[in-house]
Write a protein that binds this ligand. Sequence first.
Ligand SMILES: [Zn+2]
Length: 207
Amino acid sequence: MRPSEGILGVAFGTRADGDARSNAAVRKRIADELGVSPEWATVTQVHGDHVAIVEAPGHHGEADALLTARTDIPLVVATADCLPVAVAGRRTIGLAHAGWRGVAAGVVPALVEAMRTLGDEPLAAEIGPFIGPCCYEVGPEVVEAVGGFIGETRWRTTSVDLGAAVSAQLTGLAVTVAGACTYEDRRYASYRRDRTTDRQVTVAWLP
Ligand SMILES: [Zn+2]
């Protein structure tokens, strides 16, 4: 795994990196590649808006975002079509997992708010690979839940652009969006394509 060219301190993995959730050897290898600690902070993702404030490595219960001011604790989320969203502040780093339910719940604005509560200000954000509007066919309930951002699939049905939806929630921030669509690009696990339990991990850390 390689650090992103965008904001400092984030790396978006692929399926080829292996299952970092269950395999300590995979975690160690990824940590070595990134030059970060193998003692990560993780959560059980539940498509909500809770932000775990991280002051120690390990598991932080049910949450869909993590935030830390510590330079020695990498934050990790696992995705397969949902958006991994890294938000860099001056003295903190945050990482969220957001599908349409997370967008509707406002997990990314909740992360930004938590950063401000810690006395920091977000500077930039980067969204990793997710299922694009090219492939994310949805029904009207999802369009309504995320507030529009309607797109069209390659097969000409209604979709939503969750990257645009999250970018709109990050008003005033420089947002970089990764180009890959997880559904089309087979380097990535895609739940929608394969109904798989495989996930790619995103690692974010404060340099
Ligand atoms: Zn696509």
